[in-house]
Design a protein around this ligand. Structure first.
Ligand code: SF4
Length: 205
């Protein structure tokens, strides 16, 4: 993700022309003795709601179309502040969606702020009736351990006819859809090199 701009420094052409035109009008009125109008006009302009936000480019999480999005957030994480996402919209510069989003993508802000959103790894231990938070290190080590044990136990080197097949069919892998071609290529190579046959993509979920 890369910060691309601060909205303090951005002003749209339409906003500029509108303000400039109205400015000429109120200045003329001021010359005619209607000085209070200028102040009233200034008071009537609502502050741009995304003023002072940081814009970050990202990819929609939902499907393999992988539309580009712009995330507007308040709060500077480089100063120890918590960044709060205020608005999300399609990225007009993105070649896939050119600023558009489908209804799912257009509702991304609700997903970001959803109380039920999973933000860290959790585990439900054998016999327990609840999930508990664990570290990423713990989660990754645990996944690696279980995969290795399962592969060692169930790997099929040859079929009944004695033909080498090198299959691992007791575990599956669900990959992310919003990845680059390079990431997808590496994921495919890792999964297939282990002999895993059940391999699908979140884009189809
Ligand atoms: S869910 Fe919609 S907005 Fe998101 S990547 Fe797919 S088509 Fe684009």
């Amino acid at each position: 993700m890369a910060d691309i701009a601060d909205t303090d420094t951005r002003i749209s052409r339409r906003f500029f022309l509108k303000g400039a035109g109205a400015g000429v009008a109120v200045t003329s009125l001021g010359a005619l003795g209607f000085g209070g109008i200028e102040a009233a006009y200034a008071d009537s302009i609502r502050p741009f709601k995304l003023l002072g936000t940081t814009i970050t480019r990202n990819t929609c999480t939902y499907c393999s179309v992988a539309c580009g999005i712009l995330i507007y957030s308040k709060g500077d994480i480089t100063k120890g502040e918590k960044a709060e996402v205020k608005h999300i919209e399609g990225d007009v510069d993105h070649p896939t969606n050119r600023g558009t989003l489908c209804p799912k993508g257009a509702a991304l802000l609700d997903f970001v702020h959803a109380k039920t959103r999973l933000e860290y790894p959790m585990v439900r231990r054998p016999g327990s009736d609840k999930f508990e938070r664990v570290t990423w290190d713990y989660a990754l080590d645990r996944i690696a351990r279980l995969l290795k044990d399962d592969r060692d136990k169930n790997f099929i080197e040859k079929n009944a006819a004695g033909v080498t097949v090198n299959r691992w069919v007791s575990s599956g892998f669900l990959a992310a859809s919003a990845t680059t071609n390079e990431t997808a290529f590496c994921t495919f190579k890792v999964v297939r090199s282990m002999g895993m046959l059940m391999f699908d993509n979140q884009a189809r979920v």
